[in-house]
Design a protein around this ligand. Structure first.
Ligand code: KG4
Ligand code: ZN
Length: 477
């Protein structure tokens, strides 16, 4: 998100300014723009607490001039320029600006392409406009636009009941999630019948809360989306029934979303996805390498032959008498541990995975040591298990990218929250556009279903009321 520039941002801004422009503005000029130019508004774009770009807009009644836009050198050519421009256009729209205008060097083909993509048109050429006598194009874009559609989405496939409302620009109006984890933790895992009953208890309140918090009327909602599968059948039914009731009552189209597509598309909260892309989907029920040719074409090129990675984390935690869900616990323990004992690396051909042998090896090791009366060093064991399991994910993903070259690599699913996996992804995939989902959107939520639903909506893919929930639906369907 962009925010207004402050003087404390200037050190970072000036560093970008110096590397981006032949005639950079100096600190005094920026201060003048901030303090004295009442027509100017400077915005910075922040990512992980770093400023990675900024824009300067000059407002003149219904017009606005994009007088400057810059992206930090090491973040260029990764879609951030597009994101920053879109946000600047949105900021101008909010001030009721009708036209945005800019000048661009006729030789700056990348920038021209970016502006064209965002519906700027060349209106004239200014000859010898720059100091070096290069020509400039005047480009203009109309900012008044058609209605931006909003969707309401419901997720209830496992043990989270969630509802969210977002629009096509990925503005979030509300996103409410309640988790049943505390209840299931008592049993060491999700009990399906308990889960569906708890969804029934929660669903109306959560939907109501999401609508109230969003402060939108149902007239503004273009479609109702819900998770159609995969998941626990009883839990899926609760979300489906709620969505169908809303769609029927308010006469809205109904969208049945594949849960894992939600985990993939939530990455758009960071930036637009580029195709073809590779998705490493790692959750409690799935471990898949998915080759995504475009937003409708998904091909599973690798999958687990037995346990899913999240399931393996949960079971290993249980072997160590730790709480459910085990993923976050192992993540935390492993931080304090060392790789002492050698666990067997799963050997599976192609791009497939297997984690049950590894889980059994942990079980055998714990049993043996306990029988000998030795205490288990949980930190070390967690660390050994985690390093072995995650290295499989990394090496298979590398192999997948060699066989299926992609523009972009995304991590998706609950296990994407794992701190070591995020670290390893960043270390190992430096020459591809890598997108890691924000931590708060890794585990199940409805915002991810809404993000995917916008793609279904774009392609007019709605479902009928009798469309059944599908507990073991494939992402290829
Ligand atoms: O995607 P998700 O919320 O539900 C499914 O669709 O399955 O994923 C839940 C899984 C659980 O197995 C949980 O242990 C795992 O994600 N998980 C983690 C972490 N946080 C959640 N695994 C490893 N490290 C974590 N920090
Ligand atoms: Zn999930």
């Amino acid at each position: 998100m962009i925010e207004l520039m402050k003087k404390t941002d200037l050190d970072e801004v000036l560093a970008i300014e110096d590397e981006a422009f032949a005639c950079p503005w100096n600190r005094d000029y920026f201060i003048h723009e901030l303090d004295e130019n009442e027509f100017s508004e400077l915005y910075v774009y922040r990512l992980d607490d770093k400023i990675i770009g900024y824009v300067d807009l000059w407002y003149m009644f219904e017009n606005c001039d994009l007088s400057k836009i810059a992206i930090r050198k090491d973040y260029r050519h990764q879609g951030y320029g597009d994101m920053l421009l879109k946000e600047a256009m949105e900021a101008a729209r909010k001030k009721d600006v009708e036209f945005m205008h800019l000048e661009v060097n006729v030789r700056n083909l990348n920038a021209i392409r970016l502006y064209r993509k965002n519906e700027f048109e060349i209106v004239r050429t200014r000859e010898k406009y720059y100091e070096n006598r290069d020509d400039a194009y005047d480009m203009v874009c109309g900012l008044i636009r058609k209605e931006i559609r909003k969707v309401l989405a419901i997720e209830s496939s496992c043990d989270e009941t969630a509802c969210a409302i977002i629009d096509e620009d990925r503005n979030v109006y509300s996103s409410i999630v309640t988790s049943q984890i505390d209840v299931h933790a008592r049993f060491g895992g999700v009990i399906p019948e308990v889960a569906s009953r708890m969804h029934v208890e929660q669903i109306s309140t959560i939907v109501d809360q999401a609508i109230r918090q969003a402060n939108v009327s149902m007239d503004e909602i273009a479609a109702i989306a819900y998770t159609v599968g995969p998941g626990l059948i009883g839990s899926l039914h609760v979300g489906a029934t709620a969505a169908k009731s809303l769609a029927f009552f308010y006469d809205k189209p109904l969208i049945g979303v594949h849960h894992l597509k939600g985990h993939i598309f939530v990455n758009e909260m960071i930036k637009p996805l580029e195709y073809p892309l590779m998705a490493l989907v790692v959750s409690g029920g799935h471990t898949e390498l998915v080759y995504v040719q475009n937003d409708q074409d998904f091909k599973i090129i690798g999958t687990t032959l037995d346990d899913a990675i999240g399931e393996a984390y949960d079971k290993v935690a249980r072997i160590m008498h730790e709480a459910y869900p085990g993923g976050p616990v192992i993540d935390r323990l492993a931080k304090e541990g060392k790789t002492t004992s050698q666990l067997p690396t799963p050997k599976v051909g192609d791009l497939n995975f297997s984690f049950s042998g590894l889980k059994n090896a942990v079980n055998t090791l714990v049993k043996k040591e306990t029988e000998k009366g030795n205490e288990i060093n949980k930190n070390d064991l967690a660390c050994c298990f985690q390093e072995t399991a995650l290295n499989c994910l990394i090496s298979k993903t590398k192999k997948a990218l060699e066989l299926y070259p992609c523009k972009c690599l995304v991590l998706a699913g609950g296990v994407a929250a794992n701190s070591r996996l995020r670290e390893l992804m960043q270390e190992n995939f430096t020459d591809i556009d890598l997108i890691l989902p924000p931590l708060k959107y890794c585990t199940d939520n409805a915002l991810m279903i809404a993000c995917a639903a916008l793609h279904y909506l774009k392609h007019g893919k709605c479902v009928a009321f009798e469309y059944p929930s599908q507990p073991s639906m494939s992402i290829e369907d």
